[in-house]
Design a binder for this molecule. Sequence first.
Ligand code: AGP
Length: 609
Amino acid sequence: MCGIVGYIGKRDAYSTLIKGISRIDYRGYDSAGIAVSINGSLETLKCVGAVSTLKKETSKKNACGTVSIGHTRWATHGKPTKANAHPHLSCDGKIAVVHNGIIENHQALRKYLISEGHKFTSETDTEVIPHLIEHLYEGNLEKAVAAALKQLHGTYGIAVIRAGEKKIVAARKGSPLILGIIGKGEYILASDIAAITEYTKKADYLEDGEICVLTDKGYRITDHDDAPHSHIVKTINWSVAAIEKQGFEHYMLKEIHEQPETMRTIIAGKFDFKNKIPKFGGIRITPLDLKNLDRAIILACGTSFNAGLAGEYFLEKTAGLKTEVVYASEFLCKAEKLSSRDLVIAISQSGETADTLAALRKANSDGAHSIGVVNVVGSTIAREVNSGGLYIHVGPEVGVASTKAYTGQLLSLFLFSLWLGRMRGSLKPAEAEAEMKRLTSLPALAEAALKNEKKIIAIASKFKNATNFMYLGRGIHYATSLEGALKLKEISYIHAEGMPAAEMKHGPIALIDKKMPVVFAVKRDDGYEKIIGNIEEVKARKGIVIAIAEESDKEIHKKADYVIRVPDSTQELSSMLFAIPLQLLAYHIARFRKCEIDKPRNLAKSVTV
Ligand code: AGP
């Protein structure tokens, strides 16, 4: 989750770098640093804590027409200290490196380099890189970098500069690196689109195993043996405004309120009413292979895993495809080998989650078909699936707690299951058309669900000091209960547990007391009576019941202490609508608790290690 920025061009390096790393600070960090090549030497500035410290230190400086690199660090090896902050330097102070990833063989390399006379000043794995490049440098920086990379095991996204050389050498393996093309000889390199969109919409995504040399004459991409590579330059549709908070106190609140819009965008982009089937041109699996699939296996982490649980419901009910949802990290522990009759669906907002990427790579090597459900265009997972996939197109999700990406994943998974049902013949055209027609009302229903915010604020104020919450739901709303609990935990730091409503009786009911708020997702479906029974069990033990319930439910207010209404809808649409009040409840409780909502402690937007 470190952030990398590099700049070469005529603008002032300091202000360009500081702005760049400020745009990616949401990824979570504990220290930061920059290096600028000036008058034949490198100036390096580092800080522990906020990037604003660097901004103060550089406010009176400028350096135009030079090369520079910057970094925000989220500690993996070594405490957050100035010495451990990047950039890291070679012994002669002429080579500076910023790095995102983990060098697994750093101890062995450190031992060797020390035996060769190199002096280390930090505890980090990264510091072996500048010393190794220095050790291998014979007058050509990119050659020395290529030779060094061959000795590194692990993952890296790096940017390297050398005093007096007007070039940046970048390379990636397992950590994202994107090249923003501002103009000929002017480039901004970053680990995240957010740092680029201010300067350009033209982006070239580096692939694993590639090296990119940027100079004021142009840029060149090769492999480690100097064989040239070329890519199609992509256009970034995310404006800076889309990244700014647009008047909301936090990115998270902005993104919660964006959901009707993001749903509208997804629906508009996917509907083909003429053929009565959603459009999924990006799936590269033949109709015969789709028909021959035995099962789908959804791999994901965190909120994306919770979306996968709802996806299981969609795929089994609508596409008639047996589906399993597995935590990506747990998938790696399974002995089972997949086959071409398996469809692996990797769900990831960032497209960079290390556990999901590792699980995807195992699935690919087993010969399964793999597709992605991803938000960030050009991300590693989006490029490593072997059978295409779908982008959820909810725009940049800056808040660490996922909200619009969650409902975007649910909606995209539901549309995908309609498409798959039609491709496999398990869904008739008329059924698909009816579902698609119902979906067109979703954005307006989401708008109605958002209108409860004032009531939710009042409830949040009552429970801001609770120490434990329980979230309960049945069927598809088991996913809702897990997601509601995760939202509360990660931004308010209150312990919360989500589970199937019926599971409460098998132990957790012992936790219920008059201080325990229990949030129920109450859908008026065939499990309604059972969930009312669960509510009565909680009330009998003096628990406090907060019910997310439908507008047409005339009974619930007699049972629950607090009722938050959402519009009536189908089972599938309710999985998206019920999430909205739970997002708002978590947000406002965290707000009352004055938590760092967009950058919660210990968390990062994308867990790339
Ligand atoms: C969700 O609010 C969290 N930020 C986290 O659980 C996240 O969903 C998880 O790390 C997976 O991230 P991804 O979707 O980018 O793969």
